[in-house]
Design a protein around this ligand. Structure first.
Ligand SMILES: Cc1cc2nc3c(=O)[nH]c(=O)nc-3n(C[C@H](O)[C@H](O)[C@H](O)COP(=O)(O)OP(=O)(O)OC[C@H]3O[C@@H](n4cnc5c(N)ncnc54)[C@H](O)[C@@H]3O)c2cc1C
Length: 336
């Protein structure tokens, strides 16, 4: 059974004619996995995109494209039917999708149609000695990192949270093939799209270059002014750990981590954050991490390049004061 399945497929997320960046992240991982298998990286594209060659520049060997503007994840029955046909025709041994709203909607339905399992929200993926996909994700509320393999069933399916995997640099010299497929699909007509309403997020953590994050070391919501002010002085944005969201201090848009947003800023400052697995999973892409914590044994110091063992209520107002003075001095020099 296993020998009939071959290659790694990425299910592309298409939003209003454009590829979502999670597609490039998954292709980067698929490329890496395939370097251990020596098979083929597919990208399954369903819907309508302006340039179906684009996935090739991010690592796909073959783009299988079903062009149909009527096909949308908002009509999941038809959409999944098409994907199922593609999987059964090309028989990839591994099928990856994003753990976005789109992926959560589509991928479990696809797994059920294919009568196989799926591991949701993986934080990493690998290939074992037998060529099986190793699906890695926190389990038991983060106490263990589970490694899940599916030795008997094909395809092996997993979703990955956006922002965790690194895309390959876009390279137009990469070669590949676009295969156009027509899939006859029965329109059930049981979903009617009446209106599309854009949800505006309050903060764009995924794209932020500098993030100052606050954790449970902050005693009350009013104290968040320190994280906001420091972020503003550094030209960044504020993030938080999950307990502050659960307590209703700020909206989920601000949450960094496994069940929030995975971030990849140039600078990440974690203040009063212990460094749980779920939080740290979301900051793996950060280039430099600075931690402020009064506990010298806090796990956040294991991932930080710079650490301050200090009470945030002493340290942060002083840092804000110094940066504010520097800013005023700079402004005075520029406008004497
Ligand atoms: C399924 C699941 C998903 C989850 N997803 C996420 C997620 O996406 N993001 C996330 O953040 N969490 C997530 N969590 C929660 C996670 O397990 C932790 O509970 C959470 O990250 C802890 O937040 P914290 O570090 O702010 O709080 P704590 O762990 O309570 O740490 C507070 C820290 O502040 C320090 N501190 C206290 N006072 C001061 C002071 N005055 N000055 C300096 N330091 C001080 C303490 O020493 C401590 O280290 C998830 C949990 C589960 C089960």
């Amino acid at each position: 059974m296993r020998s009939k399945w071959f290659g790694v497929a990425v299910v592309a997320e298409v939003r209003e004619g454009k590829f979502h960046r999670s597609t490039w992240e998954l292709l980067g991982k698929a490329y890496e996995l395939n370097s251990k298998l020596g098979e083929c990286v597919y990208c399954f594209v369903v819907g309508k995109v302006s340039d179906p060659k684009e996935p090739i520049y991010y690592g796909a060997n073959k783009v299988v494209y079903v062009e149909d503007p009527e096909l949308s994840p908002m009509r999941p029955r038809e959409y999944v039917e098409v994907l199922k046909e593609l999987v059964l025709k090309y028989r990839p041994s591994i099928v990856l999708g994003p753990a976005t709203l789109y992926g959560r909607h589509i991928m479990p339905r696809l797994a059920a149609k294919l009568r196989t399992g799926i591991t949701a929200d993986c934080t990493d993926l690998d290939i074992d000695e037998e060529g099986n996909l190793v699906q890695i994700r926190p389990a038991s509320t983060g106490l263990v990192m589970a490694k899940i393999v599916t030795p008997k069933h094909r395809p092996q399916m997993a979703t990955v949270r956006p922002g965790i995997m690194k895309p390959l640099p876009r390279d137009e010299s990469r070669g590949g093939e676009v295969i156009r497929e027509e899939v006859k699909v029965r329109y059930y007509g049981d979903v009617e799209v009446i209106e599309k309403v854009r949800y505006e997020t309050k903060v764009s953590l995924a794209e932020a270059d500098i993030i100052v994050s606050a954790g449970r070391g902050f005693r009350k919501p009013e104290d968040l002014w320190m994280a906001k002010k420091l972020a503003e002085l550094l030209g960044g944005v504020m993030g938080v750990s999950r307990p502050l969201v659960d307590a209703g201090w700020v909206s989920r848009d601000y949450q960094v981590g496994f069940s929030g947003t995975a971030v990849s800023p140039r600078l990440y400052i974690a203040i009063g954050i212990s460094g749980s697995v779920q939080h740290v999973t979301g900051i793996r892409g950060a280039k430099t991490v600075i931690a402020v914590n009064k506990d010298p044994n806090a796990p956040i110091f294991n991932v930080a390049q710079y650490g301050f063992v200090a009470d945030l209520y002493d340290l942060i107002p002083k840092v804000i004061d110094i940066l504010s003075k520097l800013r005023r001095t700079k402004a005075a020099h520029q406008n004497p």
